[in-house]
Design a protein around this ligand. Structure first.
Ligand code: MOS
Length: 732
């Protein structure tokens, strides 16, 4: 049976609190953790198939133009080479676009440097790589001087998220205090540890692809569409994913190319992108330029709020980094202006990279708020507290739970925030200036349609199945806990099977909606099982107490007795409803950082950092905390080191490996403290929780920027704040 719940209003049944096992919310370790750390959890490239061929992608060494010829004969004469695939169906890009709507359909047309256009298949990786490197081809490249590459001078189109109310210019002119500040941020790479990989098999009638993907529920449609197959002829398996951060939301060429090769050759074909290909050919977070205007009255209450941004993407691509997403509702101000422009340039595709929008919009807004706090002479925490709106100031809607004030206050207290007057260059330790800074965190809350099957067996075990993925976020753990809690089982007796499109459609992992969406589906399925068990036991479902595999009560009964030795299976179907018309929903938080800046070199080190986060119910204290920690590490990276560098002449990505693209390493990350400010949000999901995955990186780079200013007096308007920029701006 399928039990359907559409969230048109707050779900006050609070189903998850009916469970009795006492495991929900606890810091349970990942059930698959041991397999992962011992190397026995198979990632996509690690499945073994007899007679497996290996493909290597060939990418364009020019920016724009077309491939005019590929000398397949020469390639096929090379040792071990069995095929050269250049089928136009390979280019199913963009990862963000709708299936079948990709603007770059033909691999012969090249629109960015590094675009894959062919796959060389051979009997070994070395032979395929050699032939791919020496594949003879001809091309006609446009003159680079005619190709738009600079987002500041390229043509633009308006992106989503703009709005205007009142008169911002007037509010600025008549304000007691005002700031008008402009910033730039540089592109980011998702830099997932596992490179993009796929192994495709074709049995003559059905395609099976083991691939590293975040959204098999959606990728199956993309793949079927790209290959002109019906979905029942396609199976995607994605059991373990070594990080995605947005880069595996959509299909990319390793998957389509492996599938096409397998279908043509009738043998399994494996394609793994090199690290350089992942950097050059998958996607980037757009750089941005942003202007923030803030106007306050004598009490420090915002009367004007303006946030305008310019981002970029390839011509025709739908995605535009949604920089203004949280600015729409985070702070008050009746005179508002939000505007997003997308510059059309021929750099690699811009797409979702973890916390798309807020990851760069929030740090900039929060750095501007720090300028305003200084200008108005108000403590930065107090300034934010004074400007938390009663309702979404743009839409006029109430919020679901709103944890910002709580996080600001509790975080400040735990960090030991000094609310006294603030001045830069007050603390020095030898050659290091020391300072503190803070920022708010906000990330919109989303849910997605989700289905899961739960089967309860007479032996007191249960099985949860969905094509949902665990991209390192903890899905296996939280679904184990939800089923164990609802059905009264030891978590060791719950088996969770994910990442296989032969299972019911999950929501996929993206946009921080995964845990609460699939969790809601599992709760709904378990509730249906509980109802049936209560009926069998002849008691009211509200009185059903299941614990340790038994029906508790004056006369405990075992599950096998209740199930007559059989099993019970239900499919839960969670669907987002009209509730989003009635509420604005977001997760919130606050960051506090202490940094030290070297007065001679401009080097910045983060001494300590604390984040307080509120997102409704915590499903697993350990995995939720880990998500926040990971986000805070990225705050350090985006504040200080992470930047994609493109050659200004031809737009190719210069730093395409982890030696040149600087993610924080262990030595860069100090003790990070995460504080979870828990509540119940019945309007957010059927588990009373909101998204947490991306929250930890939404604003924290701003806290670090503000701390750099407080430490050494360098007020920077460019992220990342590398030593050269800090030094250039540091007062003598
Ligand atoms: Mo996320 S950037 O939606 O994986």
């Amino acid at each position: 049976m399928t039990v359907h719940f559409k969230q048109d209003e707050p779900d006050t049944r609070n189903l998850l609190d009916q469970g009795s096992q006492g495991v929900i919310g606890t810091a349970m370790s990942r059930p698959e953790g041991l397999a992962k750390v011992t190397g026995t959890a198979p990632y996509s490239a690690e499945y073994r198939f007899d007679d497996c061929l290996v493909g290597v992608l060939v990418t364009a060494p020019f920016t724009k133009g077309r491939i005019t010829g590929i000398d397949k004969e020469t390639a096929l004469a090379m040792d071990g080479v069995v095929a050269v695939i250049d089928d136009s169906r390979m280019t199913a890009r963009p990862a963000q676009g709708g299936a079948g709507e990709a603007p770059q359909q033909s691999p012969r047309q090249i629109c960015y440097y590094g675009q894959p256009f062919a796959l060389v298949v051979a009997t070994s990786f070395e032979k395929a790589r050699h032939a791919a490197k020496h594949l003879p081809f001809s091309y006609e490249a446009d003159d680079v001087s005619d190709i738009p590459l600079d987002p500041e001078t390229a043509e633009t189109e308006a992106g989503d998220g703009g709005m205007q109310a009142g008169d911002l210019a007037h509010a600025m002119a008549t304000a007691e205090h005002a700031v008008d500040v402009s910033y730039t941020t540089m592109g980011h790479a998702s830099a997932a540890m596992e490179p993009h990989a796929a192994i495709a098999q074709w049995d003559g009638g059905r395609l099976t692809v083991h691939a590293s993907l975040q959204m098999p529920n959606y990728n199956i449609s993309e793949l079927a569409d790209a290959l002109d197959l019906t979905e029942d002829k396609v199976r995607i398996v994605s059991r373990y994913v070594g990080g995605g951060f947005g880069s595996k939301l959509g299909l990319s060429e390793e998957t389509t190319a492996a599938a096409l090769a397998a279908m043509e050759l009738g043998k399994p074909v494996k394609v793994v992108m090199s690290r350089q290909q992942v950097f050059q050919s998958i996607m980037r977070r757009s750089e941005s330029s942003q202007r923030v205007r803030l106007a306050v009255d004598a009490e420090g209450r915002l009367t004007g709020f303006g946030h305008e941004a310019r981002v970029s993407n390839l011509p025709g691509e739908e995605f535009a980094e949604p920089v203004l997403q949280s600015s729409a509702f985070l702070y008050a101000g009746e005179n508002r202006l939000l505007a997003l422009d997308v510059a059309r340039i021929h750099q690699m595709t811009a797409g979702s990279v973890r916390a798309p929008g807020e990851a760069i919009g929030m740090p900039v807004l929060e750095a501007a708020m720090d300028c305003l706090a200084e200008e108005a002479g108000i403590d930065p925490v107090e300034l934010r507290l004074r400007n938390i709106p009663e309702k979404d100031p743009g839409k006029g809607l109430p919020f679901t739970t709103h944890e910002l004030a709580d996080c600001l206050k509790k975080g400040a207290e735990a960090f030991g925030w000094d609310s006294g007057p603030r001045k830069p260059r007050q603390n020095r330790d030898g050659e290091w200036w020391i300072g503190t800074g803070m920022a708010s965190a906000a990330r919109v809350h989303n849910v997605a349609e989700a289905k899961a099957r739960v089967t309860l067996n007479a032996d007191g075990t249960a099985r949860v199945q969905s094509d949902m993925t665990d991209i390192g976020t903890g899905t296996y753990a939280i679904l184990t806990q939800i089923a164990a809690e609802m059905l009264g089982l030891d978590p060791a007796n719950v088996m969770v099977e994910l990442g296989d499109t032969d299972f019911p459609r999950g929501p996929g992992s993206g946009g921080s909606w995964g845990a609460v969406s699939i969790g809601s589906a599992v709760v709904i399925a378990c509730d249906a099982i509980r109802q049936s068990l209560a009926k069998k036991a002849g008691i009211d479902a509200d009185d059903l107490k299941l614990k340790d595999g038994k029906l508790q009560g004056s006369q405990p009964r075992s599950l096998s007795e209740l199930l007559d030795g059989g099993n019970m299976s239900e499919e839960g179907h969670y669907e987002p409803g009209d509730i989003s018309d009635d509420y604005t929903s977001s997760s919130f938080g606050a960051f506090f950082a202490q940094v030290r800046v070297n007065r001679h070199t401009g080097e910045t080190r983060v001494d300590r950092m604390l984040g307080a986060f509120g997102f409704g119910r915590v499903l697993n204290e350990k995995t939720a905390r880990s998500q926040c920690l990971g986000g805070m590490v990225w705050c350090i990276g985006s504040a200080l080191t992470e930047a994609l560098h493109f050659d200004p002449v031809d737009g190719h990505l210069v730093n395409c490996d982890l030696a040149e693209y600087h993610v924080p390493v262990h030595r860069d990350v100090p003790d990070l403290e995460v504080m979870l400010v828990e509540s119940r949000d019945p309007a957010a999901s059927a588990v009373q929780g909101k998204g947490v995955g991306e929250l930890g990186m939404c604003g924290g780079a701003g806290a670090i920027a503000n701390a750099v200013y407080n430490a050494c007096g360098a007020r920077l308007f460019e992220f990342p704040m590398t030593p050269d920029k800090v030094l250039a701006d540091m007062p003598d």
